[in-house]
Design a protein around this ligand. Sequence first.
Ligand SMILES: Nc1ncnc2c1ncn2[C@@H]1O[C@H](COP(=O)(O)OP(=O)(O)OP(=O)(O)O)[C@@H](O)[C@H]1O
Ligand SMILES: [Mg+2]
Length: 294
Amino acid sequence: MTADLGGVAAPLKASGSRSSLGQLAAARRATLAEDEALVTKMEATSLNVSYAGRTVVRDVSFPVISNQVTAIIGPSGSGKSSVLRCFNRMNELIPKAVVSGSVRLDDEDIYASGVQVVEVRRRVGLVFQRPNPFPMSIYENVAYGPRRLGERNRARLDEIVERSIRQAALWEEVSDDLRRKSGLALSGGQQQRLCIARVLATEPEVILMDEPASALDPIATLQIEELMRELIEKYTIVIVTHNMQEAARASDHTVFMSMGTDRAGYLVERGPTRQLFSMPTHKLTEDYITGRFG
Ligand SMILES: Nc1ncnc2c1ncn2[C@@H]1O[C@H](COP(=O)(O)OP(=O)(O)OP(=O)(O)O)[C@@H](O)[C@H]1O
Ligand SMILES: [Mg+2]
């Protein structure tokens, strides 16, 4: 399926910080062919989310392109996390949360009756804002998911643990301590990569990340960004971030949300990151990415 990336408006007058973010986004993408074939991995259509009867997300639709990083940006309270949670049905764990609309994963609506929620959450993994390792060894943290899915073979578990920790770019730092050291004894950046390894262990297709670097220092943040660029060889990533540099550097496609006068979050504009950061269509987007509001 070919992705519709949305329209682009005439360029606005360049402002300093916006154009440098645009250059950042353009520089990273410069080597990629303009007309590469894009495939839609997931697609949200007319999503609405309410908590206890209060609508916080209204009519949000966008595609998530396969093997790309899609960034969701927008001011606090605009519903970014609520939208992200729709992509693996995590809102169902929140009492009084109601979701309407549809989310497709490949050609299946994940909200259709008969769909196994456990399977959806395996195929679409979620990494939280604060690293949340379990109070157990590094090895057991990563083996936890596969064990719950029924894997009992010791050699296969060893293999999965090593592969996942390697993919999360953590192996060199922890390979000597796998069984001895608790996941909680790692640094914040290492804990976040451990949580990514834990998600990778169940072989997801899509990885959702809600501000995965917001609790990390600049070096660890860059490591997570580099890791995302490596992971998209195999996976599809959706990330929520408040960090405009991070969105410009690490994402391919950006979705900008804001809050309407009714206080419900809505999608203002979306498009290729390079375009959205260098020539946003809406004044609201321009003001947000240049730091004038939000
Ligand atoms: N579990 C919940 N129960 C009730 N209301 C909630 C819940 N989670 C979020 N909300 C409300 O929904 C609205 C959108 O919240 P959400 O967390 O999706 O925004 P966000 O864009 O991720 O914000 P932030 O940038 O601060 O993380 C907010 O008004 C928030 O108070
Ligand atoms: Mg949030």
